[in-house]
Design a protein around this ligand. Structure first.
Ligand code: FAD
Length: 378
């Protein structure tokens, strides 16, 4: 059998693409994922932050559409962890205050709820943030979310399976071969055929396209998170401290996830240290102490690292790479908050129902470039 569309990669992007393809009425869609479960790689390792603070207008639109898709999944699954409104405090001191203030007109113009708070007010609302510098100013964005990408991916594909999606988990694709009028996708001993293939394999995407003699300007870099147990209940929202680039994600009454431990160098997705490194664990404890005395008695539960995909302009690589071969990658570290919408667009582009020429994956030559973090205020 030749599928109309074969999607490789069952993270947030590939799962969103599978749902969109089935919703668009495509008859035969196959989703291949190398792990036993969906969204077990970068999507599962993420902090799950969804914010309206992204600086690029198209990213802001991706976040808006992704919120709708997360919300649909939350309602249809009945799983409240899929999307929760927790609010975010972005803390600025010194030179960072003006960067924060520069964002206010844009937030106001877009109707994004926000408040600028002096340090005293932050401490009144969140007494646990008791180590802030006197010149701290905070931006409070109450409608920022925490999402569960794995639960989203499961719900999106469950719906798609009812509409005919064929899901192959524990199916590692080894190679993509271009044939006359078709694409052959080799996974273990099996060869699947598709009229088109969409490779949404996160930071593995470059390795996969190379098996077909193609290439991309995608460089995987490493991002780390720690799970910390605090000695007392904290009632913190999402917190992003611009001076240290540390962010905190509330994870139950006493626990927080603390990041980011970004290492701006190229890593191989099949051979990198998946646990947090010692330097990161020391840095994160010291940075937490700059915000809260709770850091003094924090215990490390675990820490881990995942890869995210950098592109030269920090925009996704999305669209046709060769006849019948399409890709969606280049998350630049902010791919959970935009993932369902990017997956949807990728499916529509692969099915020629939509076009995004500015995101064409071959707009850059596959040559080295400086890696820059994607989650920045400007
Ligand atoms: C520590 C950390 C914190 C982060 N925090 C945030 C955050 O707070 N907010 C945010 O928006 N983003 C965050 N990100 C980024 C976010 O996780 C990614 O942008 C997002 O998960 C990308 O989704 P994806 O579907 O493209 O990739 P992935 O989730 O990696 O999915 C790719 C899938 O392809 C599969 N695959 C790969 N190769 C093959 C193959 N050969 N055959 C079959 N399947 C294959 C993989 O198994 C995987 O399931 C964070 C990332 C990390 C590492």
């Amino acid at each position: 059998m030749t599928y109309d569309l074969v999607i490789v990669g069952g993270g947030v992007w590939g799962s969103g693409a599978a749902q969109a393809a089935v919703r668009a009425g495509v008859r035969s869609v196959l989703l291949l994922e190398k792990n036993i479960g969906l969204a077990q790689e970068s999507s599962a390792k993420s902090g799950g932050i969804v914010t309206d603070l992204l600086w690029h207008p198209e990213d802001q639109a991706f976040v808006r559409r992704s919120r709708e898709l997360y919300e649909e999944a939350r309602v249809s699954s009945g799983d409240v962890s899929v999307a929760r409104r927790v609010g975010m405090l972005t803390l600025a001191e010194g030179e960072h205050v003006s960067s924060l203030e520069r964002r206010l007109p844009d937030l106001a113009a877009r109707g994004v709820a926000h408040e600028l708070l002096p340090r005293d007010e932050v401490e009144r609302r969140y007494p646990r943030l008791d180590r802030l510098r006197d010149d701290t100013v905070a931006l409070w964005t109450p409608d920022d979310w925490h999402v569960n990408p794995t639960a989203y991916a499961q719900q999106a594909t469950a719906e798609a399976r009812e509409g005919g999606l064929v899901l192959g988990t524990a199916e590692r694709v080894d190679a993509i071969r271009l044939k006359q009028g078709k694409v052959a996708i080799e996974a273990g001993g099996t060869v699947y055929e598709g009229h088109r293939v969409l490779i949404a394999a996160g930071t593995w995407t470059r390795k996969l396209v190379r098996t077909a003699g193609l290439d991309l300007a995608l460089l995987p870099y490493r991002v780390q998170l720690s799970s910390l147990e605090l000695a007392e209940p904290h009632r913190l929202p999402l917190v992003w401290h611009l001076s240290t680039d540390v962010y905190l994600v509330p994870d139950g009454e006493r626990d927080v996830l603390a990041g980011d431990g970004t290492r701006l160098a190229e890593f191989d997705p099949d051979a990198y240290q998946t646990t947090g490194d010692d330097r990161f664990q020391e840095e994160i404890a010291e940075r937490l102490l700059r915000l809260s005395s709770l850091g003094e008695r924090a215990g490390l539960r675990s820490s881990w690292a995942g890869l995210v995909g950098s592109t030269p302009d920090r925009r996704p690589l999305l669209g046709r790479l060769a006849d019948r071969v399409y890709v969606a990658c280049g998350d630049n570290g902010i791919g959970v908050m935009r993932g369902p919408a990017i997956g949807e667009l990728a499916a529509r582009v692969a099915l020629e129902m939509d076009d995004a020429p500015h995101l064409r994956p071959d707009r850059f030559p596959p040559e080295p470039f400086p890696i820059r973090p994607g989650f920045t205020l400007d």
